[in-house]
Design a binder for this molecule. Structure first.
Ligand code: 6PG
Length: 257
């Protein structure tokens, strides 16, 4: 797993725009090299603001949206179209505004599908397994970009400190009793996250600064899930100054103006 590199931006607005530009560049580079690309989206305010920033960027047209596989790191177990679903926020911010291939938008199904949360998690794991290729050496694709928001408790996706999902070796699990509402969710596990070529953790606000410091130190991933958010080739913590406020000098950081 790669060591985390930190990039700090002035504020949450610049952070979202900078991550949007980074995503566009990364997808264009990957598509140029491989013909298609894959990205895992996150819920949360920073993740959604980033998608809106992509939609607002003329350079978005440099991405071939038809040749992009879109996944989610987690989803609230709610009916399709529910305002609280991460999918709803992503469609409104970006996906309904670019020419994605609907067959390559892989949603985590909610209760309206007739599936239980466990069945929905198993169904998503099976979809990931079908998408994995021999060179991925595992049950999930090597995602080109794994976007993860992070909570003040250092949760990523719906992996909350100390909860059973952090001990699970499967790729996708149902989460019950999540401390962040709604309580029932579907989430990739750390092994699935760590299969990514690149993991980008995005966080803004001083309420995240303690979690950032823990996530960048060698904390245990059960109590500090974000410390397990590492990519095979690259890990980025993309922060605003407030979220970076407790990073010790020895951990290094690159600050934009
Ligand atoms: O379903 C969710 O709620 C998200 O996937 C969750 O992991 C989110 O990314 C973090 O809680 C950060 O959220 P904020 O950026 O809003 O603080």
């Amino acid at each position: 797993m790669s060591v985390a590199n930190v990039v700090v931006h002035r504020d949450a607005d610049v952070l979202a725009k900078a991550v949007a530009a980074r995503i566009i560049t990364r997808l264009v580079d990957v598509q140029s090299a491989k013909g298609s690309a894959s990205i895992v989206l996150t819920g949360g305010t920073v993740g959604t603001a980033t998608l809106a920033a992509i939609a607002a960027t003329p350079a978005r047209d440099a991405v071939d949206w038809r040749r992009l596989d879109i996944w989610w790191g987690d989803e609230r177990f709610l009916p399709e179209g529910d305002e609280e679903r991460n999918e709803t926020g992503a469609r409104r911010a970006l996906l309904d505004r670019v020419d994605v291939d609907p067959d390559r938008v892989h949603v985590m199904r909610g209760p309206d599908s007739g599936l239980t949360a466990e069945e929905s998690a198993d169904s998503y794991a099976a979809e990931l397994r079908r998408a994995a290729r021999p060179e991925d050496h595992g049950p999930v694709p090597s995602f080109d970009v794994m976007l993860l928001g992070m909570g003040p408790d250092s949760h990523v996706a719906s992996l909350f400190p100390g909860m059973p999902a952090l001990y699970d070796t499967r790729s996708v699990v149902a989460v019950h009793g999540a401390p962040k509402p709604p309580p029932t969710r579907i989430s990739l596990t750390l092994p699935a996250i760590q299969a990514s070529r690149e993991v980008w953790v995005v966080a803004a606000g001083d309420e995240k600064s303690g979690a950032v410091r823990l996530a960048l130190s060698d904390s245990g991933h059960v109590q500090v899930p974000a410390s397990g958010a590492r990519g095979r080739a690259r890990t980025l913590f993309l922060l605003d100054r407030a979220a970076a406020g407790k990073i010790p000098p020895e951990l290094g950081r690159i600050s934009s103006p």
